[in-house]
Write a protein that binds this ligand. Structure first.
Ligand SMILES: [Zn+2]
Length: 138
């Protein structure tokens, strides 16, 4: 596999993509939680796969999956340059996502995975279905 980027360049590209995508999406979700009076969430909870938000009491782990990094088929997330590198990387991420979800479910957690595009587009209705499957959350 050839990689046209040097190791340093590549890692700075990756961290730029990662930090700008994730930060704003997470902040937006926090805003939605606050507006909707959804309480009981924590960040940086020590759990497999590092969920973005955890509701420890109700044992719900929420992952906000970046569309690019986790291979969502929603928009311009298919890299053209250096394709084989990204395809392999994204495939590894998807495999890891599945393993983490399975592991947490075995341990009794409900796992919620949200695509960043759903949050970015304020598709809050589907968020609420996710968060209130039985009418109540925390
Ligand atoms: Zn998406």
């Amino acid at each position: 596999m050839t990689d046209v980027f040097s190791r340093t360049t590549r890692s700075s590209i990756m961290s730029a993509v990662k930090s700008c995508g994730n930060e704003s999406t997470e902040l937006k979700l926090i805003k939605i939680f606050k507006q909707s009076k959804i309480l009981g969430w924590r960040r940086n909870w020590p759990l497999a796969g590092k969920p973005d938000f955890v509701f420890p009491k109700s044992k719900i782990a929420v992952f906000v999956d970046g569309c690019f990094w986790h291979g969502h088929d929603c928009r311009n997330t298919k890299p053209q340059a250096n394709k084989s590198y990204w395809v392999a990387k994204i495939r590894r991420n998807k495999t890891r996502d599945r393993l983490v979800t399975r592991k947490l479910r075995r341990e009794g957690w409900s796992v919620v995975r949200l695509w960043e595009c759903a949050i970015a587009q304020n598709r809050i209705n589907s968020l609420f279905k996710t968060f209130y499957p039985k009418g109540r959350m925390a």
